[in-house]
Design a protein around this ligand. Sequence first.
Ligand code: F6P
Length: 365
Amino acid sequence: MPKRLLLATGGGDCPGLNAVIRAIVKRAAREGGWEVIGSTDAFNGILTEPMHLVDLTEEKVAGIHVQGGTIIGTTNKGGPFAWPVTNPDGSVSEVDRSDDLLNRLRYQHIDAVINIGGEGSQTISQKLFEKGCPIIGVPKTIDNDLSATDFTFGFQTAVEVATDAVDKLVTTAASHHRVLILEVMGRYAGWIALHAAIAGGAEVCLIPEIPYKLSSVLAAIERRIEIGKGFAIIVIAEGAHPVDGEMTYVTCEEPGAMPIHLGGAGLRLSAQLKAAGCPIEIRETILGHLQRGGRPNSFDRILASQFGIKAFELVLKKQWGHMVAYRHPDIVAVPIKEAIEHYNFIDPQSNLVQTARGLGISLGD
Ligand code: F6P
């Protein structure tokens, strides 16, 4: 009887997920004696009736490393520990179906699980591991906010999309003599914003780690006018906020969904600048999910492939409860518990921030 490995992709999608899936399937085929099965939409494929499972053969995954998204689907709602159920009165509550999930894995003769996902998904991995599930984690997020790994795949591709947007905004800003604000993703960490601001040559970069003063942003715009450059590019992370204000978000009542949705930081900044008498015209661009979609770049394809190969090797070694991580130049295994303990925030004293300051980019402080 072949052994059975279940793959799940959870949380927001990310360029490179398919490259991980392909690498695991190919490595398992080289090993021999393994069947790889995908659970659709994270663990929903196992928990629904009937189950929605996909046979992941070498033929099925051929060439998918260049495709964005995930061929087995994903969700950032619910999960085995918070499964939404509708009560007879129409209200919705969340129930813990983790025991049911473990029973279903046994019923499906699953010998190992690889859960590919960000902090939320790896928290689920850790809880399942504590209940005896033979599980390995693979980190993913375009936000690069997991501290256990130097980089997550998907991040570099997102930075390229954001940098390309800055490049394009520069030409139209210069033509129209405008301030153009670009809002990029990054809930609690401003990695995409800072990288894109440096790579694209923005004048201002606002990140969650360094709350901004409106007066500093205005001063940076005025400096541009003084030196005869009548335009400016501001890159702002969605989680950035003024020193005297909070992040901009809307609350979400939908059962199982993330309780807050970020967005609006760029529009708020624009309104603040206008109210403060910014001397030139302002427009806003929200890059949104363009940063998550599309083909992974070569760096992310390679990192995702390295993660997939290493993850399968951890399965062979039965190193349950561990997550693969990039520690240049190696791919290592770290306990998932440690990996989810800390966010990867930008250190305001770091070389990257000093580089931005050295280039004259205002961080708004
Ligand atoms: O993947 C992380 C992230 O991109 C955040 O930066 C963003 O706030 C969130 O996902 C948005 O997710 P969604 O729109 O899919 O709920």
